[in-house]
Design a protein around this ligand. Structure first.
Ligand code: HGY
Ligand code: MN
Ligand code: MN
Length: 399
């Protein structure tokens, strides 16, 4: 499975991945998902948002009988020039765990589902976890349809080009009700496991830090780089530069992290003074109020330059289901329970009231959102084994 995925959307130069929602690469990945599901005799359904669900067993009959399904899986899209593991490891491990259950003659007492959430990274349209947010009502369909990519293409147009009806986009409570429990396996994005003294390839996720995205817009007046005197300039880049420095300073002051990794400049000429700059601030931290203070500090600086800061998305502290977290950790022999600063669809489902937890697979360097992202085959197989154990426990006949 891993070998089949490897070439899809990979940049031959950097070996990074470019897998954005509703693009040709995404279409190929979605075809891969259906092929893997059908090869296992799973029933594939696509919800109103475009998320793909592959079921072993009938989720509606089981729900009616009071035994809602157990779902695992993740996403297949990437950040620009992203790594191979962020997302795909959770989907491949889900199918591999299903294979292991069947090899062992396991008969689930409730349906087991594998999900591929569309547009988790928000790399094209700017809002992370767009597929699970619209699914659960955390983002309205109207707002989603109107989001645009760097070429000005709206999500509605992208859906239409992908053969989907944008008007069908919307919350899908029937789909969410089928999910009795969700466990997402994901490559660790950080070094907690690799820094442990004890050799620990897998951990259980306990919570997701509060985090959000804000658009910073500063305006100026386009003019000639060579003939415009300094005193006559209204350069949008100055306000943006001040915002970047302010973000790093505020993060250090308030014990958070802040990143401005994406910027768009108009007109964007080397010899033209910027008339408009849009930058995206990603701010996160263990304390919600502290993150809010980072954004407030940056907003004050941007406002001094008559700029604007617009909130694109916000996810507060997201604890996973404590009883489920304990159950997974115990069942897996008391492995560590760790929080994360990375957002996940699991966080969106948890906030929608679905009992949810995560499994993290060790990443030796901790590097993620980069072609350097890595996990050893041995640790990935340990992740599959852990997921298989968890599914046996959660989908097995109650003791
Ligand atoms: O941004 C995140 O934390 C996640 O990788 N989407
Ligand atoms: Mn990611
Ligand atoms: Mn991810």
């Amino acid at each position: 499975m891993w070998r089949d995925l490897t070439p899809i959307g990979r940049d031959g130069g950097t070996n990074g991945y470019h897998r954005f929602a509703w693009t040709r690469e995404d279409h190929t990945l979605r075809e891969w998902f259906v092929a893997q599901a059908e090869a296992r005799g799973l029933d594939v359904t696509v919800d109103r948002v475009g998320n793909q669900w592959a079921w072993w067993g009938d989720p509606d009959a089981a729900l009616a009988a009071g035994r809602p399904g157990i779902v695992t899986g993740s996403h297949l899209d990437s950040v620009p020039d992203g790594g191979a593991f962020d997302g795909p490891l959770g989907v491949v491990s889900a199918f591999a765990a299903l294979d292991a259950l069947r090899d062992r003659g396991f008969e689930p007492d409730r349906p087991i589902g594998v999900v591929n959430f569309i547009d988790e990274e928000g790399a094209r349209f700017g809002v992370a976890c767009a597929g699970s947010r619209v699914l659960t009502g955390a983002m309205t369909a109207d707002r989603a349809r109107s989001l645009t990519d760097g070429d000005g293409v709206s999500m509605a147009e992208a859906l239409r080009s992908a053969g989907r009806d944008p008007d069908s986009l919307g919350p899908d409570s029937e789909t969410v009700r089928r999910v009795g429990t969700f466990v997402e396996l994901h490559v660790e994005q950080g070094r907690h496991l690799s820094d442990l003294e004890v050799d620990t390839p897998v951990a259980v996720g306990s919570d997701i830090w509060p985090h959000g995205r804000w658009r910073i817009r500063t305006l100026g007046e386009a003019n000639h780089a060579g003939t415009t005197r300094l005193e006559d300039r209204d350069d949008a880049m100055l306000g943006f530069a001040a915002a970047v420095i302010a973000a790093r300073r505020a993060a250090a002051t308030h014990g958070c992290v802040a990143t401005i990794g994406k910027v768009a400049v108009t007109p964007g000429g080397v010899n033209a003074i910027a008339s408009e700059v849009t930058g995206w601030l990603d701010a996160r931290g263990s304390d919600e109020a502290a993150v809010r203070r980072v954004v407030a500090d940056v907003t004050e600086v941007v406002n001094d330059f008559e700029g604007l800061v617009i909130e694109d998305s916000w996810t507060g502290t997201t604890p996973f289901d404590p009883a489920l977290v304990r159950r997974l950790s115990t069942r897996l022999g008391g492995i560590p329970v760790i929080g994360t600063g990375a957002g996940h669809d699991a966080g969106i489902l948890a906030n929608a009231g679905v009992p949810t937890a995560m499994l993290f697979v060790r990443n030796p360097t901790g590097i993620s959102h980069s072609p350097e992202e890595f996990a050893t085959s041995q640790d990935c197989l340990a992740g599959v084994e852990a997921l298989t154990t968890v599914l046996t426990d959660l989908a097995g006949v109650p003791a």
